[in-house]
Design a protein around this ligand. Structure first.
Ligand SMILES: [Zn+2]
Length: 260
């Protein structure tokens, strides 16, 4: 649930200024954005054997956008990615186990374990279904993003997911449901709104999180609903010193249902 529904997202966007992802062209000339003519990029992909210059330009453009943010969240998010603390990839490059997690989170899509092997096939239905449902996903220090997002949206999604990474949301999310899920998502959306404020203009983030994730409001601690923002916000040195990614449990691909 450290993702959010694009369908719900689009419904919310009608009161903001953002467009749905599919309406916006991507991969505009990055040279006009940051002066890089050689396409050089500095970030690590989850699956570095499957890449493209187009995808790397797509991410690079968002990193430049983040670096130009006047809020420290932006440059620190970009730095977390450029230093390799957080890996970024597209949804087509989900690991086997991460695909299984996404599959479990999206029961309405009817995905099967064997669909994992279709993800990198052009125009495949499983990837379209996943991309229509979620803009971003994370597990451990792996962040996945949908393609074809406008640059401000992609930058905001990266800030959201990196916030989940430094807070180890894939664990803390379930500590005390639904309060814990509310805490983790509110914080991530707060960060996201700092990068893409136009999209959230006039939106009550507390209500948005409760509604989007279908959380039982009466079961959330009242004081949290009143003051929802908790640490940790900045992916800075102190945050990374407190977040030992190397200690995260490792997935064993051989045990993954898709590989059986
Ligand atoms: Zn989230």
């Amino acid at each position: 649930m450290w993702r959010y529904s694009l369908a719900m997202w689009c419904a919310v966007a009608t009161i903001g200024t953002a467009a749905c992802a599919s309406e916006t062209p991507v991969d505009e000339d990055i040279d006009a954005v940051d002066g890089k003519a050689d396409g050089a990029t500095t970030f690590k992909e989850v699956n570095s054997t499957h890449s493209s210059a187009t995808f790397r330009r797509y991410i690079e453009r968002a990193l430049v956008y983040l670096e130009r943010s006047t809020d420290p969240i932006g440059p620190l998010t970009a730095k977390s990615i450029r230093t390799g603390r957080v890996k970024v990839d597209e949804l087509a490059d989900l690991t086997c186990w991460d695909f299984e997690r996404v599959r479990t989170d999206l029961p309405d899509e009817g995905l099967d374990s064997s669909d994992y092997f279709k993800l990198q096939v052009a125009g495949n239905a499983p990837l379209i279904a996943i991309s229509n449902a979620i803009e971003g996903y994370m597990w451990s220090n792996r962040v996945y993003v949908a393609r074809n997002l406008p640059v401000a949206r992609l930058a905001a999604v990266l800030a959201h997911e990196v916030n989940h990474v430094i807070n180890r949301s894939e664990v803390g999310y379930y500590d005390n449901l639904p309060t814990s899920a509310f805490v983790h998502e509110y914080r991530a959306f707060h960060v996201e709104a700092l990068i893409d404020p136009a999209t959230y203009a006039g939106v009550n983030l507390s209500d948005y999180v409760v509604d989007t994730y279908e959380l039982k409001r009466s079961a959330i601690a009242p004081e949290l609903l009143h003051q929802p923002l908790t640490e940790r916000l900045l992916p800075d040195t102190a945050a990374w010193n407190a977040r030992r990614v190397s200690a995260d449990p490792k997935d064993i691909d051989a045990d993954c249902p898709s590989n059986q």
